[in-house]
Design a protein around this ligand. Structure first.
Ligand code: GDP
Ligand code: GDP
Length: 434
């Protein structure tokens, strides 16, 4: 089940301020990736044990005044269709505007959970004024100061109640692959090359949501499901917000898949949009395979593939244990290999290591190279176990979990990768009090 939280509302109500707060907190805790652009439109977040993707719809609204109201209305409709929870942000300093009323009318009809969040409630006086917004008729009306963060914990508690739990291991289900990438990279061409027009090999499976149609592939003894993306069935009604719609569909496809097949263009390499998709798939603990498409258009000498791969790895660092396959959908080269690699990544993502084996291997390594002491206190790791989740996650039990440093976490991850094949899958490592 996908966990997508969309923040909608007029310009200047504070959407991006709130968005940055939701993304930023997690970013500082979980990793220290540099060079990520600040004005991202979507990102992964985490609260009360729930992982989810937040979308700042403000990043998608065209700036000219005449199209803008129509665009916002359409955007709200798309968000209602595609998101799991909607946060409708309004501004206490302007009071209720006509556009707020209109958006409220659209959202009241939604079957999805909607939270009306009154922002810029920085002090007691404004809290008093904010009561005006109860008249919009939302049962879930909450107050926020995105600037100071006051109120955001309560909002997240309420939102998280409507999100699905962390992904559990699935029994007997087929691998779910999502083909994602920028416009024109070759996603539809690849889908068509795989599924073709042959109805005998394509079975449409009605997805969990009204509009999504997943496709079952069963050829050459391989079986998997291609998760629907915008490319499979384009929604005709979207005019102003094609980009918003495509991005939301891509996010949803990533949410719903086990392995993300990220296509990049051989001629442009990894661009910031590709990095954003990669980062999202990584943070949402999905398997990843990178396909470098249109390889036919590249002039090649002996080491071209090796050199290109090196540059790609630099762009996706620090998570670089990711398979890269050079394909040409046009010439049908290595498409089948790409699928084999995606199936391998799927297997890696499901890999379970026995507790006894883990402890035997890692405790010895840890003894040889223990975590550095913190303020004179020795950190002792006593026990390791893999958690029963759909993706590789390991808990290390120790006396001072908060004081284990990032580089030691990286050391443990490297040891796991060295001893087991986790190619293409992010590994989560937690330190817990024993
Ligand atoms: P967006 O267009 O909806 O994404 O709005 P922004 O996040 O860009 O915010 C618009 C303006 O409102 C900026 O100047 C913010 O600093 C300001 N702002 C956002 N949240 C708050 C808040 O909680 N209190 C106050 N006083 N200002 C805020
Ligand atoms: P999408 O927007 O990602 O679904 O991309 P499409 O599948 O529609 O492809 C965009 C364009 O790239 C089309 O003109 C394709 O024919 C072309 N294309 C796709 N794959 C290849 C390839 O491997 N080599 C070359 N030269 N062109 C390709």
């Amino acid at each position: 089940m996908s966990n997508i939280v969309a923040i909608v509302g007029r310009p200047n109500v504070g959407k991006s301020t709130f968005f940055n707060r939701l993304i930023g907190e997690r970013q500082s805790i979980v990793d220290n990736i540099s060079g990520v652009t600040r004005d991202r439109q979507y990102g992964a977040s985490y609260w009360n044990g729930k992982n989810f993707t937040v979308v700042d719809t403000g990043g998608f609204v065209p700036h000219s005044d005449d199209v803008f109201e129509a665009a916002i209305r359409e955007q709200v409709k798309i968000a209602v269709d595609e998101a799991s929870v909607i946060i409708f942000l309004v501004d206490v300093t302007t009071g209720i505007t006509d556009l707020d009323e209109e958006v409220a009318n659209l959202l009241r009809r939604s079957k999805k959970p909607v939270f009306l969040v009154v922002n810029k409630v920085d002090n007691g006086q404004r809290l008093f004024e904010a009561n005006e917004f109860w008249s919009l008729g939302f049962e879930n009306t909450l107050f926020l100061s995105a600037l100071t963060g006051s109120g955001s914990g309560e909002i997240l508690d309420a939102v998280a109640d409507h999100l699905s739990d962390d992904e559990q291991p699935k029994e007997d289900s087929l691998p779910r692959f999502a083909i994602v990438g920028q416009p024109n990279v070759g996603k539809s061409s690849l889908t068509n090359a795989l599924l073709g027009e042959d109805r005998n090999i394509v079975t449409e499976i009605a997805g969990t949501t009204r509009d999504s149609i997943d496709a079952l592939y069963t050829k050459f003894d391989k079986e998997f499901i291609l998760v629907d993306t915008a490319g499979i069935r384009k929604k005709a009604k979207v005019h102003e917000n094609l980009e918003f719609y495509s991005v939301l569909r891509a996010i949803k496809a990533i949410e719903d898949c086990d392995v993300c097949i990220l296509m990049i263009d051989a001629q442009t390499g990894v661009e910031s949009q590709d990095q954003a998709i990669f980062r999202l798939a990584q943070r949402r603990n999905k398997g990843i395979v990178i396909l470098v498409n249109k390889w036919d258009l590249v002039e090649k000498s002996t080491n071209t593939a090796r050199d290109v791969e090196k540059v790609i790895k630099e762009r996706i660092a620090p998570f670089t244990d990711v398979p890269v396959v050079f394909v040409s959908v046009h010439e049908k080269t290595r498409i089948f290999r790409a699928i084999e690699v995606a199936l391998e990544v799927y297997e890696n993502r499901n890999r379970k290591v026995k507790t006894s084996e883990l402890n035997e291997l890692l405790l010895e390594l840890i003894e040889k190279m223990p975590p550095p002491a913190h303020k004179g206190r020795h950190i002792k790791i006593k026990y390791v176990t893999q958690l029963p989740l759909a993706y590789p996650a390991f808990a290390f039990f120790c006396n001072h979990p908060a004081h284990v440093k990032e580089n030691y976490r990286q050391f443990l991850e490297n040891q796991l990768r060295k001893n087991y094949n986790f190619a293409g899958v992010p590994i989560s490592i937690f330190f817990r009090q024993k």
